[in-house]
Design a protein around this ligand. Sequence first.
Ligand SMILES: [Zn+2]
Length: 465
Amino acid sequence: MEYAHGRRQFLKSTALAAPLIASVAREALAQVPGDRPVRPKSAEVLNPRERVPVSFIIDDSTCLVNLNKFAMPQFDAAFEGANATYHRNWREWSDEIPDDFVRKFGSWCGEHGVKGKYSIVPYPACVGRLDRELPGWSPRDLQSSLELVRTLMTPNWDIHPEMVTHTRVIDLRTGHPFPDRSLKFMENWEWTTGRSTDEIADYLRYALTILKNVGLNCEGITTPGGFGTRALPQLAQASLVALRDIFGTEIPHYFRHLYDEGTESVAPRVEYASGLDGADPRCVVSIIACTGDWTGGWDNSPPEGVDRFITADGSRGRLVDVIRRGEPACLLAHWTGIWFNGEETGFRVFQEVVHRLHQRFDHLEWMKLAEIARYWAARELTRIESTDKPNVMRLTAPFSCPGFTVRFDRRTEEAPRLLNSASPQGLALSEVASSRSLRSGTWRREGNGAVLCWDLAKGINTVLL
Ligand SMILES: [Zn+2]
């Protein structure tokens, strides 16, 4: 969310910056990884199907309400009018981002294989709770808008709360905003500072429950603005317990961090892993975006444009850099600017980005954030061991994972065979010539080794090379 320089770059522009960046970066980096299994050097888990995951992260979306029209004056008041960032012409903005546009956007993305995350702010800017009433719209409007999300969006998009209102903090005892309007009681700013994991988890549970009440399932949460900036360990743990409690989520994830330039890794971080060998393995995955919002922004600011993502010839741009190093490329945008008061400026920028990506690369895999989180949890937490037989490897997986791809530094002449709970009789993998044809149930030769791809089952997976 939303400061002059956008969500995650806030830190760069304030005097607080330097020590805080260092401490936040250090803390974010040193987030507690938890348990990790041993691994032989002869086995390496690769990207899913040897493709680079890409995903589209959309913030500030919800049903019908053009969130930031209503949020802007609340942000301005929180700064007592002293922050020019919030002196925008919000009164001229449309109240609504219509379902017709959601349908147009969702259909276009479906046709182009795009997947990602789509926030549904549960009580947008205190306008109304989606599971109660949305003043300004009829109950039927609200129901059909929710139905559209359930039917058109959820197949390809994770649904996240962000958090409850994206503006004022709700007093969970009354269901109303706290009377105090200062930054200490604004979700984007200081409320989480000094709060315990339990307090933050209670707040996340409240947000998640509203979405559950309207028939939406969540496997992750998105932090609004600087929510959690000075409470990162508590935020990570609160995400883990709240998503498990409300939705029984096996692998919770959260979206808080972004690096829009440089060499900092943007690979997901698997945190607080524990109980890997037991009946209830746990972890939480931090998903990291690799771009700023260069589409239309949270506040309808002129887009920085397609070239920052990828140039027309596909040779340069932030996405090109990240894809080249084989890390997941999660790009960020805000629904406000995608719609851009009906000019659809951000949508057009995004459409061109997709065209250029598909022209330039033939090894991308569009994935929901939950799918990326699951792959990275399996990648980092599956134990891989040699056995007393040289051509037999045993993998012990706390989590199942489709399209699990491993390179074994062992030559094999025969088609490798796989035994697990899904294939107790054994499954012979079929050989393909190149990584472009790799999919679950296949393998390919590579140098003195072999790359295998299969649907990893939870528990023991035995590989006969
Ligand atoms: Zn936001």
